[in-house]
Design a protein around this ligand. Structure first.
Ligand code: NAD
Length: 499
């Protein structure tokens, strides 16, 4: 998105009047109980809005309406080109309202507006377009069979898909879930995270504006333990598409077992390694990329490369380069200033959680060489300085647990095989990066790393063709690629006797 200096983000933020009510059956309405959730700006502590807080009855109504719409075929049986046209217009409208959407996420969760412009908004538009264009690229098959029969396999929408999303990329995560579900012909109920729901409600409005039928895409903000749970337990819901923590992801499978055995896809947490082998020559350039993979989006990234596994002979030099890159590139500041590269964490509660992880690392003897506890004093805002620990053992808490903040751990390794063994010695398995000039070592590592995504001599490159997926405790969903569309359908086998 164009980042011209004339965009006055503070003025847009002052002028924005977000929709705060639930979207059910094409109408915005208050929660049945009248309850609201306060949305707070984590950079300033200021109150942004009171958002309707959906309860179980609101979720049940939304799921029931969505199921009725699915059965009456208003979307699931809509002529294909018409559905493509609506989703394409939906993508255009996200682009036309990009500044408002950017400001909503920045205000609610503290992400720098520059990141909204370069990552979240373009990715959301691209995802919606890709799924619209892709919906007729997946299909059934007609296998070869005995001459007296015809066997064809239909690929059909599931029914109602319940999407439950986190706050770290509020708009983009919602689109990653909603776009394939809608494109495949399902109805949707979206339950966004309680810390950042406004862009999801606006997304619902834009779907209607694009010509989407009432009740096909419903948005019900609310508490996870109430609204999220009700959605995951609903008998009207055929699949839960979840992104969030591993702890809550586990719950999704339990809810499915306790209700209608709905399908579950879960994209969960991570503790991803970035491996630097001893043959790397351009260490300064590598350090800059590693810093971005660690501190981008305040470290509130599932695939953040938080374990820096560096060859022992380079440990001292590389750690210092990484510290300098972090200092030069990541200074916390006003997220509405386009020059800012690091905003506050999403909330005071999350800030305290991250500070707790830093305190534990210090207690366990990790050496803090950047940030730490000294600068985290603001009583209003939720900032945490970029923090780096050196001389970390892979068994320490800071190397094992997901922090979900700007905190990295440098761990020495004794060669490629040791590095891969350390990388795999962790319950998570989302992503990994490896830097080397040795082609064989790079590809062997890519083969042997226990994770869903590997980057060689880079970190976080991606496009729509990429299955965004994890392994082990990072879950087993697949976002973005055509697989996400396929996973929003089921196959049905039809036999025709020809005699
Ligand atoms: P979270 O698990 O606390 O919440 C995620 C969603 O689940 C929210 O909408 C929340 O309201 C809901 N929820 C919470 N408790 C629930 C319950 N008992 N029943 C039903 N729903 C419930 O996660 P978060 O703090 O919002 O997000 C951070 C986590 O998300 C991190 O672990 C991060 O790694 C993960 N994440 C993963 C990916 C990925 O693609 N793998 C992407 C982004 C974030």
């Amino acid at each position: 998105m164009d980042m011209k200096a004339h965009v006055n983000w503070h003025a847009i933020a002052r002028a924005v009047r977000p929709e705060t009510r639930l979207l059910i059956d094409g109408k915005f309405r208050h929660a049945a109980s009248g309850a609201t959730l306060a949305s707070v700006n984590p950079a300033t502590g200021e109150h942004i809005a009171d958002i309707a807080c959906g309860g179980a009855d609101d979720v049940d109504l939304a799921a029931n309406v969505a199921a009725k719409r699915f059965r009456d075929g208003v979307w699931s049986k809509m002529p294909l080109r018409q559905r493509v046209g609506i989703l394409t217009r939906f993508a255009e409208l996200i682009g036309e309202h990009r500044e408002t959407l950017a400001v909503l996420d920045t205000l609610e969760m503290g992400k720098p507006v520059s990141e909204m412009c370069t990552i979240d908004i373009p990715a959301s538009i691209l995802t919606m377009r890709f799924m619209a264009e892709g919906l007729d690229k997946i299909g059934g098959t007609c296998p070869v069979t005995n001459g007296n029969a015809l066997h064809y396999i239909l690929r059909q929408p599931l029914g109602v898909v319940g999407c439950i999303t986190p706050w770290n990329y509020p708009l983009m995560m919602a689109v990653w879930k909603v776009a394939p579900a809608l494109a495949a012909g399902n109805s949707v109920v979206l339950k966004p995270a309680e810390d950042a729901s406004l862009s999801a409600l606006m997304l619902g409005r834009l779907f209607l504006e694009a010509g989407g039928p009432d009740g096909v895409f419903n948005v019900v903000p609310g508490l996870g333990s109430v609204a999220g749970k009700a959605l995951a337990l609903s008998h009207d819901v055929a699949k839960i598409a979840f992104t969030g923590s591993t702890a809550v992801g586990r719950q999704m499978y339990r809810y499915a077992a306790d209700s209608n055995l709905k399908a579950v896809s879960a994209e969960l947490g991570g503790k991803s390694p970035q491996i630097i082998l001893g043959d790397v020559d351009n260490l300064a350039k590598v350090a800059a990329t590693v810093a971005d993979g660690l501190f981008g989006n305040q470290g509130e990234v599932c695939s953040a490369g938080t374990r820096i596994l560096v060859a022992r002979q380079l440990e001292e030099e590389f750690t210092e380069l990484l510290r300098q890159e972090a200092l030069a590139r990541y200074r916390p500041g006003d997220p509405l200033d386009p020059a800012t590269t690091m905003g506050p964490l999403v909330s005071k509660t999350h800030q305290q959680r991250v500070i707790g992880h830093i305190a534990t690392a210090l207690d366990e003897g990790a050496r803090c060489i950047l940030g730490g506890l000294s600068d985290q004093s603001s009583e209003i805002s939720a900032f945490v300085e970029p923090t780096l620990f050196a001389g970390v053992d892979n068994g320490m808490s800071i190397a094992r647990n997901e922090v979900f903040g700007p905190v990295g751990a440098v761990i020495a390794h004794d060669g490629p095989e040791h590095a891969v063994a350390l990388a795999n010695d962790n319950p998570y398995g989302l992503a990994a990066g490896i830097w080397t000039t040795n082609l064989g070592a790079a590809h062997r590592a890519a083969r042997d790393l226990e994770c869903g995504m590997v980057w060689i001599n880079g970190y976080m490159n991606g496009d729509m063709s990429q299955p965004w997926s994890g392994w082990k405790l990072s879950g087993h969903g697949r976002d973005k690629c055509l697989d996400a569309l396929v996973d929003s359908t089921h196959s049905k086998s039809v036999w025709v006797t020809l005699e």
